[in-house]
Design a protein around this ligand. Sequence first.
Ligand code: AMP
Ligand code: ZN
Length: 462
Amino acid sequence: MTLRLYDTMAREKRVFEPQDPARVTLYVCGPTVYNYAHIGNARPPVVFDTLRRLLGHIYGPDAVVYARNITDVEDKIIARSNETGESIADITKKYADIYNADMASLGVRAPDIEPWATQHIDGMIKIGESLERKGYAYVTKDGLYFQVDQMDDYGKLSGRKQDDNEAGARVAVDEGKRSPADFAIWKFAKEGEPDEAIWDSPWGRGRPGWHIECSAMIKAELGDTIDIHGGGIDLTFPHHENEIAQSECAHGETLANYWMHNGFLDMEGEKMSKSLGNVKLVHDLVKDWPGEVLRYALLSGHYRAPLDWTRGLLEQSKTSLDRIYGALRRVWGEGEVKPDDRHGVREKLMDDLNTPLALAELHALASEANKAADEKNEAAMLAVRNMLVDAGEALGLLSMTPTEWEHGGDADETARIDALVQARLDARKNKDWAEADRIRDTLKAEGIEIMDGAGGSTWRRV
Ligand code: AMP
Ligand code: ZN
């Protein structure tokens, strides 16, 4: 089996060949942490988590080095700090924690490395100095700028050289900028900006531009040339184009051998935007749906295609997982699970992460499980169970036991209800019937039915 990936730079699928199979490097642009992530923001982490799982299977989990950064200095963070009076450190810590917790509930494993931009200011300055020395950068009254027309192949990733708005409309060219397309490597501090967002530099006090952050973090954590660089399609221009410009002009090496970009997620056929009031936060969605349902929905379309997020999609995803967990329940049995990779899910993923076909394979396995259970074929039941668990792992699904899934798929919630069921049993033991009834009624009001049996009490959602 060969892994083929669509490379935005080559504009075609290419066979994936890492520089060193013992150290496969993947970098994905991470969040700017000043508010909650919406479900569109979750698409890159889920897609690249799936890729990382696949690379881990092919090259060995220890051979893959996955870095996803935290952007903790940026105009919007400063604005937020000015608005709320909270320190930048508090804001970024708070929202980075929330981000990681929300992503974890979607089955996204923590990256191997999570660099924070403010820990890499020195590296950013070094790249800026190198660019200046080589004649790619110049200082204006606003900061240090990259001179785009100094780089012959600027624009090679996106096919664009400048922002259409800037090029077309008569947006005033920054007084000192030599061309509207030139972009800031370093921005001088302005009146009233917080000390927390100001560093010394050879050009003057200020802060890095957004693009230089990734260039420096990639170099420091992974090296001059990485195997795969990923992000949302909107990042191709200007962000990735500018990362390429800075890194390649400073180091004289190719920044990334493969560029991967996920398509955008729309909300019920419309662009998700604050002004339309249709932004759905992961933080809220996970209150209403098991994380695996959200992940299933995100993987139901091919990562490069746009994905239309609808209530129907969520309901279908829930039904699909109910069916698959139902099949898993029938073959669950006793005995240790030994994941078995003799199934077709990864083969579909090997073709540029074809998750819709991979999910179809998962359904086919569920059908096999049902057949084995119908036939009471114990050996086949065991085999298909082990394949189902492994296939689920490839996709970041089926991480629960069938019982956990039936309990609602939320470990904290399950623990809470288990504790209440136990408290009711204790109350009964103490002949505190009123308390026992009270707990039963409380759970009933939440749609949870307690079933008393010889071996104790169990519960289910009705
Ligand atoms: P931002 O917070 O806008 O910088 O976005 C963080 C990440 O989420 C980037 O990789 C974006 O490409 C990605 N992203 C933002 N909005 C969407 C969307 N609607 N669909 C898919 N990806 C998105
Ligand atoms: Zn980046």
